[in-house]
Design a binder for this molecule. Sequence first.
Ligand code: PMP
Length: 396
Amino acid sequence: MNNQELMRRWREALADNYGTPRIPLVRGEGARLWDADGKEYLDFTGGIAVTSLGTGHPAVVRAVSEQIATLGHVSNLFAAEPPVSLAERLLELAGRPGRVYFSNSGAEAVEAAFKIGRLTGRSHMVATRGGFHGRTMGALALTGQPAKQEGFQPLPGDVSHVPYGDAEALRAVVTENTALVILEPVQGENGVVVPPEGYLAAAREITRATGTLLVLDEVQTGVGRTGHWFAGQAQGVEADVITLAKGLGAGLPIGATLAFGEAARLLTPGRHGSTFGGNPVACAAALAVLDTIAAEDLLQRVKDSGERLREGIWRLGHPLVDLVRGSGLLLGIVLTEPRAQQVQQAAQDAGFLVNAVAPHVVRLAPPLIVGDAEVDALLSALPAALDAADPSAADR
Ligand code: PMP
């Protein structure tokens, strides 16, 4: 089976959600991936911030294999040990008592937060322009990207979208009828947009004053991605609800909604549920991820690799690079021209997977285990990829 043949079958059998050309991948090892033609790539997308430990990490392989052989599924009629251990660990990392609701994706983790919001008895919700929270109907109502909402109105809720990073805009719309404010600590899908310092703390202060729940959507930023267990916590902000998914399961589908205080009390029995939520195999994978991040001191490694990448790209001094922004190993190369797609293609041709997340922004979110040599390999290949993407390069 080669690339062409696999993609022909893909187009005939799958409801393609993006419609863009893609490479069919067949296997991986660490931060390396191979396509069906046998071409090797260094993966700086991390499965979009999912494959936190790369492919085939022994701790994940062992945990998943042992768990599926021991107990692969437990229905809501019973309880099992892996979700208990995982919930305990997540609350321990958050540093506060609370309750964890497990699901299977980021959108579902947000959907649970949406339902907690409704249970407050208040109707109004506040989210941010450009924010991304998923594609199910509740999550989509909170997503601040009109193009993604088009065709799906009416969406549930009474949602105000305010400019991201603007605390005063938030203050102007949050009232005592506001159930929740949902924010990403860094807007990932919107192009790795970092808010001004103090924004999350201001959101906490504003929501506390009106008794509104603060939901931090850490689906992309959580579980080590920014060099911290949780990006909000690193800024001293204690949210009422934290949503997680992506990197938590190292590739297995899992979402988690961490609820604290009054938010935890609202999720009473019978209010919400999911057949696969808390699946023992997914939870075992997530426990292996948390253990490995701690055992291999990956939070420090993420900070170091992130700095190496950021500084390295900046030092290239390439005219197509306007700035590099982000946190830890969630970085956006902001271009002076809308050429991200061309950079992605040129990098791919050279054997590096990067992601054109916006017309002007190339996102880097490699596995947390990415090594210095791999970072340096990308830094060596980037100038040629940027040149190839920059139509005016030849003139300079
Ligand atoms: N929230 C954020 C911040 C995300 O980045 C994403 C996915 N890009 C989601 C929610 C939705 O996650 P999923 O695709 O797993 O439903």
